[in-house]
Design a protein around this ligand. Structure first.
Ligand code: OGA
Ligand code: MN
Length: 303
């Protein structure tokens, strides 16, 4: 990972704002908890160590940052992603031709949204953290808008550290030491053929993650179960697992934990995939919507 001129431990918002302003960069928070828009960064060219430090600190603090009007090339998108770490592809989501590092985020490849095919397009309008079916889920995604519908198609992000903090003490105590199972088939299984589903099962056996994880960089505690991939809490009664998951999945829906991003052409959102969930609002069909995602590999999840 690239060196960090401004570490999260020494993050002082006033200092960060001043440093950014000194370099012609403006950071505008969207809520007091999660989300910020950043202006004045040139993403087409390699970032200076100072600008990278500012971007990284803002990303850690605000969890999702949005940079608008940045018509970057595929190469610049990939280069920006690599500042955060190594990149990875995806076993089901198609990539942009010639660029295995860039996923094409769009309903179902080659299928037009019609009343009959619409279900497959709803894959992204479920709350989730990306790829928690992996033993090492990604730490960040950089999502760039290519083609937007005339109306709708926002993306919601939820702060899962705030969701943890907001839980009743009795629930915190109950779940803190538990693990849950995350399973690719629970979600992507519905988008592929039976044969492919069996292959996914073999390639991605269900994994175990703590229900409450610690952010390796900020130290925050994070509620780490999501509707899309978490199949059950392990080593407890199945009916209690079901009841707890229902409660925990619902906590993400509290509006005070969220920010809602409205896309504009060539906006790019960069989220911390450890401390957030997101949901693509499916309110634009049958119009089309195409985004491109670069995904940064992660590490084992720990308490
Ligand atoms: C993703 C995703 C959200 C969106 O790229 O991981 O869930 O708004 N996309 O398209
Ligand atoms: Mn996603």
């Amino acid at each position: 990972m690239a060196s960090l001129p401004l570490s999260p431990e020494e993050l002082d918002l006033k200092e960060l704002g001043d440093r950014a302003a000194g370099r012609g960069i403006a950071i505008r928070p969207l809520t007091a908890g999660i989300g910020a828009e950043i202006r004045g960064l040139d993403l087409e060219n390699p970032l200076s160590p100072e600008d990278w430090g500012i971007l990284r600190a803002a990303w850690l603090r605000w969890k999702v940052v949005l940079i608008r009007d940045t018509d970057i090339s595929h190469e610049a998108h990939i280069r920006l992603g690599r500042l955060f770490g190594e990149l990875e592809g995806h076993p089901v989501i198609p990539h942009v031709p010639g660029h295995p590092e860039i996923l094409s985020i769009r309903g179902v490849e080659g299928v037009k949204p019609t009343p009959e095919t619409i279900e497959g397009f709803r894959a992204y309008n479920k709350w989730h953290t990306d790829v928690t079916f992996r033993q090492k889920p990604s730490i960040a995604s950089l999502l760039r808008a290519r083609l937007l519908p005339p109306v709708g198609g926002d993306t919601l992000f939820a702060d899962t550290a705030a969701a943890w903090r907001g839980l009743p003490d009795a629930v915190k105590e109950r779940i803190e030491t538990l693990d849950a199972e995350h399973d690719i088939v629970r979600s992507f299984g519905g988008r592929v053929t039976e044969e492919r589903r069996e292959q996914l099962r073999r390639d991605f056996p269900a994994v175990r993650h703590p229900v409450v994880r610690r952010h390796p960089e900020t130290g925050e505690k994070i509620l780490y179960v999501n509707y899309t991939f978490t199949s059950r809490i392990l080593d407890i009664d199945p009916s209690e697992s079901e009841q707890l998951l229902r409660l925990l999945f619902d906590r993400i829906k509290v509006p005070e934990y969220q920010v809602r991003l409205s896309w504009t052409p060539n906006a790019i959102a960069i989220w911390d995939n450890r401390s957030t969930q997101h949901y693509a609002v499916g309110d634009y069909f049958p119009a089309d919507r195409v985004l491109e995602r670069v995904t940064v590999s992660g590490d084992v999840v720990s308490r």
